[in-house]
Design a protein around this ligand. Structure first.
Ligand SMILES: Cc1ncc(CN)c(N)n1
Length: 225
């Protein structure tokens, strides 16, 4: 059994809950409150800035030129293609680019980005891959599932989002990461595999929390006025 098949099976209950979350279902059925989507887009934009840094770190840590190139390509796609979707949405939603970049991160965004960056800075390239993999893989899976809902790809607000994440180009990013992680873990001990699985589960949990945070538009639970 491939290592990624094993961790996919373990994470399935978490991924199922993400898929059935009202935020995700609201995108697919076109019923999501636009203010929640706006909140998500702003938080996701600043999340992606840190997410892109992980690919830069992957390129730095790689000891093979082809792996460096792959990480560099993923960095390019995130900064110039995925984030272009957010910039285009922001324009339509009346959010300026500086407002978008200067979004104040929510506690969940801080926790998720910090966790990933910590793993990427302190850990091995395998740990870095285990941390980023749920991001591309689960979004591709969600995009594919939502694209099967009649009208989801044509929705005036959420159609472009579904189109982007179900696209073969986005699926290729997930496949790159899956193949690399399988290759790098060929000779890993059971102990190392367990550690990598735990990282994969943690970022899968953070993915669920990100949907929920967006649905609740959850910032700090404090009144500072
Ligand atoms: C929180 C989150 N996770 C994953 C992705 C897909 N790169 C994203 N845009 N945002």
């Amino acid at each position: 059994m491939k290592f990624t098949d094993r961790i996919y099976e373990t994470a399935k209950p978490i991924w199922n809950q993400s898929h059935h979350h009202p935020f995700v279902q609201g995108i697919g059925h076109g019923t999501l409150d636009i203010d929640k989507f706006k909140f998500f887009m702003c938080q996701d934009y600043i999340y992606l800035i840190d997410y892109a840094r992980l690919f830069a770190l992957g390129s730095l840590k790689a000891d093979r030129l082809d792996v460096m190139q792959t990480f560099a390509q993923m960095l390019h796609i995130t900064l110039n293609e995925e984030m272009a979707l957010h910039r285009a949405y922001a324009k339509r939603l009346g959010i300026s680019e500086s407002e978008l970049t200067n979004t104040k991160p929510s506690p969940t965004t801080i926790a998720y980005s910090s966790y990933m960056l910590n793993i990427a800075q302190r850990g091995s390239i395998k740990e870095l891959l285990a941390a980023v993999l749920p991001c591309a893989w689960s979004y591709y899976e969600i995009g594919k599932k939502l694209s099967e809902i009649p009208g989801a790809m044509e929705h005036e607000w959420y159609g472009e989002w579904v189109q982007m994440y179900q696209s073969p180009e986005f699926g290729e990013v997930a496949s790159w990461q899956i193949n690399l992680l399988n290759e790098f873990t060929t000779f890993s001990s059971e102990e190392e595999k367990n550690q990598l699985e735990e990282i994969f589960l943690n970022t899968s949990r953070f993915e669920y929390m990100f949907w929920d945070m967006s649905y609740q538009k959850a910032m700090w639970p404090l009144d500072e006025k």
